[in-house]
Ligand binder design. Structure first.
Ligand SMILES: [Zn+2]
Length: 206
């Protein structure tokens, strides 16, 4: 299930298991997470984890709202994302509230991913965290089954670099690693835009 986050049209994904009702939410970027909360409740899901791909606010603005609604859910982020999320980007708040003094302080994660290729077991499957710095220093991709959630590292656009916390060389290394490591029929669920296969992305955008 995909929701398009408000404001910056980033993607929020809800991955759930029909049998166990367990669910994982990736990149809730709408401030109040209203649709995600309603979706979890309506479908009687149990929110196990909230995972954020990176520190940019359009990918995590709704985390705190979700965590207060579902206090048993655990937040997962990379260590660098945890550190850098503290310096939130005022641009988002200016756009939304026209208020330079608005502050959003992302909750501390329950699980901090420090090592490349760390994994947890969720619903009898591996959830693997692949460190992919480049678009931002704290970016990581998340692999669940044959789905790869890439945040802004792999999108059906030319990659976006802001020159402040992006590094093109790191990004090249990261996407090369993904290309070598994963089968080409892996389905990529990007942080913006429509899903596509890894081979499509390699052919069209790489
Ligand atoms: Zn970003």
């Amino acid at each position: 299930m995909r929701f398009v986050n408000e404001l910056m049209t980033s993607n929020c994904y809800v991955v759930f298991d029909d049998q166990t009702k367990g669910c994982v939410i990736i990149d809730p970027g709408s401030e109040k997470s209203e649709r995600e909360i309603a979706f979890v409740n309506t479908n009687h899901l149990k929110l196990d984890y909230i995972v954020i791909t990176h520190e940019h606010t359009d990918h995590n603005w709704g985390v705190n709202a979700l965590m207060s609604e579902f206090p048993n859910a655990q937040l997962i982020s990379s260590e660098i994302c945890r550190q850098r999320a503290k310096k939130t980007n005022k641009m988002y708040f200016l756009l939304y509230y026209d208020d330079p003094d608005y502050r959003y302080v992302l909750n501390e994660p329950d699980i901090v991913i420090k090592d490349d290729m760390s994994h947890i077991t969720w619903n009898n499957q591996n959830v693997t965290f692949i460190m992919t710095p480049g678009h931002s220093f704290g970016s990581m991709c998340i692999k669940i089954g044959d789905m790869l959630f890439t945040g802004d590292t792999i999108m059906p656009y030319k990659p976006y670099f802001n020159g402040r916390d992006s590094n093109l060389d790191d990004w090249e290394t990261s996407v090369e690693k993904i290309g070598m490591m994963l089968p080409e029929d892996t389905i990529v669920y990007p942080g913006h835009g429509e899903k596509l296969s890894l081979s499509e992305w390699l052919e069209q955008y790489r």
